[in-house]
Write a protein that binds this ligand. Structure first.
Ligand code: SF4
Length: 1018
């Protein structure tokens, strides 16, 4: 007879996720409160670092049953293996099992019931047996699902009964303490043995063995499942609860065998409560002292003597998890009924810290009857504890616990404070957390989060609103805008289409969809949407202007009716993802095309050497990339003997002014707006800043020759308007060449609701230049270039960075040859540069990859102390430089890295360039960069070695770093190949050639030997 003890796969795909990974994974058997979360692994791809508990009851039952004569037991933990469904079902088909045993609980039951129905339909010879907390539903399960048997409580003996012929409901019958101490050891095999991992409490060493030393707990916390339903039969918290503990001898035999077989380096005792009484704890300590392995355990704060903690520490216990549940004593006493004195618990935590142990605190929020103020008490209490880590989970409601009984009956005699009033019932703790935390947040809060750079929270609020209120046009429209922002265009179309379907009279989604389609080059579909927007809102200036820009007459043409509009939206939703962005690509290709010099207009300066005038409206300091850019221009001009003058702000650092021999004359724009209306204040600021720029130029740049080239490499909308006013006021014959280079995204500092206005004004500011033959545009990357091209209808090629590399590029060496892999990070350490993820990344990567070290350079002291201290706690494996490296020193540092990690916030770097990326590529260093940013575009353009960070969260960064390490050799080789290509393009020579060519000025072929002007000889 063949029996499979299975923990089947549990994956959930969410195709509508904007900021999440769109994939959730669940943990089931082995977790008291099964839940779903984002993980590093993917279906069919195991990656180290995810929380994966050992399925304790399933593993014990498998070993117990295997002793039965004539029974062949197989064990398959698809959650630990990160197996996909196909592989699991293939295994099932090949195994031809007579029985499949699945442990399930409320959070996974919806998923598991479907899976069981599938097994019953496709494998009719296999009988399905269900155990675990869900078995509390008893006969109902058997009536509703194709099950052979349902076993209640721990199921070693129950499974033997089923294989012996029992079926239907198999009642509660658990092992006695004596039987437990005579049972075979839990099932482990080489396939599964090293897959289990819990990173808390801190200090874990991989590979980790997870086992129980006891079963049951005498306390009766309202939400707690296993002591109520698996090891006792007490669903309302009124019965007697027994505890069974393993003897020291049995435990030592078990640990010795498992450690000997699988080479474990640490042990985690995941008991309900490990430290129930000094006797048991001291016995375990004696065993662990003999084995000499570091260990940790799940504990209560108040069940052993003060001195027993010390003995634990001395026997190798480096950390404990402690359950507090709430920081409000009344809640602990009357709702949870934990019998814990929070003040004494606090003393214990301090005692443990004094002993040198790590402490992980566990808390839960959203208990029945708990108020928002009491939840705030929990956070306050938690902050008052010197914890190394903590978890705050949403209270999950699981069948068989007193909490689930409360929901059914409405009250519980022994839990005086528990009430269903205002209670949010939820089975999955992760989802519950979101529901509780964002319960009262409305659309206004979502919009505010978006404005304050928290789009992921805005998305969560919108999702809650949809969950609780159904389809809503405004909420869906906001989700569409979030998707546009995240550059998930197909998703944006789906959301806008749903918004139009939900509220046919609401104009905004029609407008937004129209603008999106226009940007994607779908002019006809865009015009159709924009006409509908205009029909719904005749005042919509944006719709009107967009139609004009498309060459359509806003007052002409049929407005499609709702049915036509809906069918249009449906057909758009079916457009394959790959077709989005095609216009963007066309624009990029156009930007890449060689510029045709205008011979007639470009001859003004023929026979003369032009003077280059560099306007820099951003330089303030000597260090950093901004200064390096100017230095690169200066060096190239010196080399060519090309006269050059720099104009910078009057408050620029004197040393920088001195090195560049700059004229520090530009007056900074520091204007405080008078208006409290945000649109008016923006316009006011725009006008004043533009006016100041105009005045600065008028005052300081009067004596110009038509052969001069004015190069403004920090153009932004405000300055452009001022430059236009200054330039056009000049006599046409005297106008110099002018090249405006756009460095950053032009609107990144403009709040979203003002961006349409800013964009319109910018377009107007650019308009006077469009037909000016001596004015050219340039951009620092393709994205900005394509935007300017679209707006100004004038080519906007990408200009290189004038790199000056004295340090040679890295030569390829395999990981085996290197011995140590150095992952580097260099930057100012700002929040938006993802510095907060670094400790988490180090924590996950270092134990898994012994040959990896991190080297981090923080040029400015923006990093908070907590992050720094956590980084320093890794000792030699994380080296931190808190100093500013410049010039060759900086390049040497970058070249010493085997990869440069840039976990930047994607929304801040969609268009914004980063010079460090170019330096790394030119130095042959592979990169780890966020997807959907200009950084990613840059690495792809040069086809260097890179690993993409798929989301702005620690997990995604860990995943990308692991991907780099796993693929080091191939990526390092690609980077070594890409380095010369990048260095050839990003050089001062190429920049000046392109600048001269874009102005139609002949490039001087021979250096000038005499003459005046410029300070380029410095
Ligand atoms: S003390 Fe811990 S194990 Fe015991 S009932 Fe409470 S939460 Fe459950």
């Amino acid at each position: 007879m063949k029996v499979l003890c299975a923990n089947p796969p549990w994956w959930i795909e969410d195709p509508d996720a904007i900021y999440g990974s769109g994939l959730l994974a669940g943990v089931r058997a082995g977790s008291r409160w099964p839940f779903t979360s984002t993980v590093r692994s993917r279906p069919g791809q195991y990656r180290f670092g995810d929380y994966i508990p050992y399925p304790f009851f399933l593993g014990s039952a498998a070993s117990y049953l295997a002793r039965e004569p004539g029974v062949a037991v197989s064990f398959r933990d698809s959650i630990a293996l990160r197996e996909d469904y196909d592989k699991f079902f293939k295994y099932l088909a090949e195994g031809k099992f007579d029985y499949v045993v699945i442990e399930s609980a409320s959070p996974s039951w919806g998923h598991d019931a479907e899976l069981i129905a599938h097994i019953a339909a496709d494998y009719p010879h296999t009988r399905v047996v269900v155990a675990g907390p869900i078995a509390s539903l008893g006969e109902k399960l058997l009536a509703d699902h194709p099950l052979h048997a349902v076993i209640q409580g721990e199921y070693e003996k129950g499974l033997v009964k089923v294989v012996g012929g029992a079926s239907g409901l198999v009642g509660y019958d658990i092992l006695t303490e004596a039987e437990l101490n005579a049972a075979p050891y839990p099932y482990f095999d080489p396939l599964h043995a090293n897959k289990y991992w819990d990173s808390n409490p801190k200090g874990q060493v991989f590979p980790q063995l997870q086992v129980l030393t006891s079963r049951g707990c005498p306390f009766r916390c309202i939400f707690c499942v296993w002591p109520a339903v698996m090891s006792n039969n007490d669903p309302d918290g009124t019965g007697v609860r027994r505890v069974r503990q393993l003897s020291g001898d049995y435990l030592e035999g078990m640990l010795t065998e498992l450690i000997g077989r699988y080479g474990y380096k640490s042990v985690y005792f995941d008991d309900d409560t490990f430290n129930l009484g000094d006797r048991h704890v001291l016995e375990v300590c004696a065993v662990m002292a003999r084995l000499g392995l570091p260990w940790s355990a799940m504990c209560r704060a108040d069940t052993i003597a003060w001195d027993t903690w010390r003995v634990m520490r001395e026997s190798g216990c480096f950390g404990v998890k402690i359950g507090f549940e709430s920081g409000n004593q009344w809640v602990v006493d009357n709702i949870v009924r934990k019998n814990l004195d929070l003040e004494k618990a606090r003393d214990v935590v301090y005692h443990l810290k004094a002993l040198g142990m790590t402490v992980h605190g566990t808390f839960t929020v959203g208990l029945p009857g708990e108020t928002p103020e009491q939840m705030a008490d929990t956070r306050r209490y938690r902050s008052s504890l010197p914890l190394d880590s903590f978890q705050e989970s949403g209270t999950a409601e699981i069948e068989g616990s007193p909490l689930s009984t409360l929901r059914r009956t409405g009250s519980l005699e022994k839990y005086a404070g528990a009430s269903l009033e205002g209670y949010v019932a939820e089975r999955d703790g992760t989802r519950k957390m979101r529901l509780v935390e964002l319960r009262d947040a409305g659309l206004g809060e979502a919009e505010m989060c978006l404005r304050h750079g928290r789009p992921a929270v805005a998305e969560s609020i919108c999702r809650n609103l949809l969950d609780t209120g159904g389809e809503d046009g405004k909420v869906l429209d906001l989700l569409g805008s979030l998707a546009v922002r995240a550059r998930k265009f197909d998703l944006a179309v789906r959301f806008f289409s749903r918004a139009i379907a939900a509220d046919a009279a609401y104009a905004a989604p029609c407008l937004h969809l129209g603008l999106l389609l226009r940007d994607q080059g779908l002019a006809e579909e865009a015009a159709s949407c924009l006409r509908r927007a205009l029909a719904l809102d005749p005042e919509s200036l944006d719709a009107r202007q967009a139609l004009v820009a498309l060459g359509a007459d806003p007052d002409d043409g049929d407005t499609p009716d709702a049915a036509t509009q809906a069918s249009l939206a449906r057909s758009l939703a079916a457009v394959p993802v790959s077709s989005w962005g095609r216009t963007l690509r066309r624009a990029m290709d156009a930007a890449d095309a060689p510029q045709e010099a205008d011979a007639a207009e470009g001859t003004d300066g023929e026979g003369k050497y032009p003077r280059l005038i560099v306007l820099d409206h951003g330089l303030r300091f000597l260090a950093g990339h901004h200064f390096a850019y100017n230095l690169g221009v200066l060096a190239e001009c010196v080399k060519r003997e090309l006269p050059v003058e720099f104009y910078v702000y009057a408050d620029c650092q004197p040393e920088a002014v001195k090195v560049l021999r700059a004229k520090a004359v530009l007056q900074p724009s520091r204007y405080e707006s008078h208006s409290s209306d945000r649109y008016c204040s923006w316009l006011e600021d725009f006008l004043i800043a533009g006016g100041i720029a105009e005045f600065n130029l008028f005052k300081n740049l009067r004596d110009l020759d038509p052969s001069d080239i004015v190069f403004c490499h920090t153009a932004d909308p405000k300055i452009v308007r001022g430059i236009a006013a200054w330039y056009l006021a000049m006599d046409k014959a005297r106008r110099p060449y002018l090249c405006l280079k756009f460095q950053n995204h032009c609107f990144r500092f403009v709040a979203k609701d003002q961006r349409a206005l800013a964009r319109s004004i910018f377009r107007l500011a650019l308009k006077p230049f469009i037909n000016e033959p001596k004015v050219s545009f340039a951009a620092s990357n393709k994205l900005i270039g394509s935007q300017i091209t679209q707006m100004a209808e004038k080519p906007c090629p990408v200009f290189p960075v004038p790199l000056q590399l004295e340090v040679p590029a890295k030569k390829y060496r395999s990981r085996a040859e290197k011995g140590v892999l150095r992952i580097g990070y260099a930057g100012e350490g700002r929040v938006e540069q993802g510095v907060g993820f670094l400790p988490e990344v180090a924590e996950a990567i270092l134990p898994a990859y012994p040959d990896v070290v991190f080297e981090l350079q923080f040029a400015c002291r923006f990093v908070d102390d907590d992050t720094l201290n956590r980084l320093r706690s890794f000792g030699d494996r994380v080296r931190v430089h808190e100093s500013c490296f410049v010039g060759d020193d900086f390049h040497r540092l970058i070249a010493s890295f085997d990869a440069l990690l840039l976990p930047y916030q994607p929304t801040s770097y969609v268009e914004r360039s980063s010079q460090i990326v170019i330096e790394a590529i030119a130095l042959g260093v592979p990169l780890i960069v966020p997807v959907g940013t200009s950084l990613a575009l840059e690495v792809k353009q040069f086809n260097c070695g890179y690993s993409l960070i798929r989301g702005y969260d620690g997990l995604s960064v860990i995943e990308a770093v692991a991907h780099f390490i796993d693929n080091h050799d191939a990526l390092a080789r690609k980077s070594a190949d890409a380095a010369p290509r990048c260095a050839a393009f990003h050089s001062g020579g190429t920049l000046i050639d392109l600048l001269l060519a874009s102005c139609g000025v002949p490039v001087p072929r021979t250096p000038r030997r005499e003459g005046e002007g410029g300070n380029g000889a410095g």
